[in-house]
Design a protein around this ligand. Sequence first.
Ligand SMILES: [Zn+2]
Length: 217
Amino acid sequence: MSLAHQAYKELYNKEPTKELSLSYSGHFSAFNANVQYTKTFMKFRLSTQWKTISEEIQKGLIQSLLSRIKPVQQTTTNMDLYEKFHKNLSKYTPSIQSDPELEESFNSINEQYFHGMLDKPNLVWGQPSTGKLGSYEYATNTITISSIFKNQPQLLNYVMYHELLHKKHQYITKGGRTHSHTTAFRQEEKKYKTQDIEQQLSTFLAKHKIKKFLKFW
Ligand SMILES: [Zn+2]
């Protein structure tokens, strides 16, 4: 029985109705993976790095992918193993990418709010998006911040704070769903020292959208 087959059977307690396959691909970065599926088959593709990882954890990854397609009430031991592994990944991924403006913001927020205890993640500018302001990716330990915040140190610091809270709080998984904005997260987020920062942020975003709109005309 193949690993994918085993994973399926142990997750749903029945034989799969589709053809399952598993392959390793060098096209993915870090520990990424995905699943493609149709009515007749499911193809799991894992990055080549996964080859060196215990099959028990790989099984957990496959089950986590499966549960996104067809949710389950209870997680398996393998899924819990995979989740632990995933949370720890960022500790093993060396931090390399950075940018002076982002680094300054990181250092200042880390000092002010985290007693300088957080290790520096990769810091990169993203697309100039007004929708997605920032993100933190655990697998590669990377904070990406919308480039509309270039030369906006006050607002940049606030978005940096939010993303660093993600790094600190990690996330919890319930029934295959990921929750990252937990109550504890939101409470700590409110401790930001600039009281009207949310207001400043929405004013800035509104102006930015108008500017983009005028440019378009
Ligand atoms: Zn968030």
